[in-house]
Design a protein around this ligand. Structure first.
Ligand SMILES: [Zn+2]
Length: 130
């Protein structure tokens, strides 16, 4: 145990980006097993090798920067998926529509039947079922 600690001293270790790489590698290898696709199974090792490299890396500043970039991108993706989800299904109490003119997102209460919606930004009116 002590030797592992000594070996890991000054090395970067595990972070969110590394976790994502490991997950990606697992998913790729699962898909390749499923499809019996050999090239993909070889490719599935790449993110894993890169994850190992990052864990053992001594260039901590560079790895931290990579992780920050990854987190920023992951957050943007999450936000995008959330926006898509909201515009498709809305919430229990509200539905979301995009203005036909300026694409502004507009939230309206659910279950009011067919209503005319006025965009708060450009004042365009359009009719939607809520
Ligand atoms: Zn508008």
């Amino acid at each position: 145990m002590n030797q592992i600690r000594k070996f890991m001293y000054g090395r970067y270790g595990f972070d969110q980006f590394t976790r994502a790489l490991v997950v990606m590698s697992l998913i790729l290898s699962l898909i390749s097993t499923f499809l019996r696709f050999n090239l993909l199974s070889m490719l599935s090792y790449l993110p894993f090798v890169y994850a190992l490299f990052r864990i053992l890396s001594k260039n901590i500043a560079k790895r931290t920067q990579e992780n920050m970039k990854y987190c920023k991108m992951a957050n943007q993706c999450k936000k995008m998926f959330n926006d898509i989800k909201l515009s498709l299904v809305g919430t229990k109490t509200h539905k979301y529509f995009k203005c036909v003119h300026c694409k502004q997102s507009i939230r309206v209460p659910r279950g009011k039947g067919k209503i005319s919606i006025t965009c708060p930004k450009c004042k365009t009116e359009f009719i939607r079922r809520t």
